[in-house]
Design a protein around this ligand. Structure first.
Ligand code: 5GP
Ligand code: ZN
Length: 119
């Protein structure tokens, strides 16, 4: 796994600009954009620009970029002012856990009560 863009990957197309998104933050290695189907007042996806299928494979290949994703997730929460009330960072991994896009992404959810354990 090299991190190269994949032609059939939705999030690689958001990175390249071929598919538009509401971008809230961008760095050399990451993009953060609002989820098209928000499940909370704040629902932002933070992705590495490099293509890895899930968070674990990203962390194994590019630990610094995995750290960038986490730092940016926290910055998104602060930017939306949900850090005070609490927020959740989620990496769905595998279809059985609800992963539908196989380009690593962190969901940042906040702005409402968040039950534990999640469904
Ligand atoms: P997963 O289910 O893989 O954990 O999360 C994928 C997320 O991508 C879903 O929450 C879904 O709403 C979001 N999504 C799917 N297609 C698009 C799109 O074209 N644009 C944006 N901004 N989000 C998308
Ligand atoms: Zn991709």
């Amino acid at each position: 796994m090299t991190g190269e863009p994949q032609a059939d990957c939705l999030f690689c197309k958001i990175v390249s600009g071929d598919i538009p998104a509401t971008v809230v933050r961008e760095t050399d290695t990451t993009v953060a954009f609002r989820d098209i189907s928000p499940q909370a007042p704040t629902h932002v996806l933070v992705i590495p620009k490099a293509h890895y299928p899930d968070a674990g494979s990203l962390a194994a290949a590019e630990p610094q970029i995995a750290a960038d994703v986490l730092r940016e997730a926290a910055a998104v929460a602060a930017g939306d002012k949900v850090d005070g009330t609490g927020y959740r960072i989620i990496f769905n991994t595998g279809s059985g856990a609800g992963q539908t896009v196989f380009h690593a992404h962190a969901h940042v959810l906040g702005g409402r009560g968040l039950n534990w354990p999640p469904g």
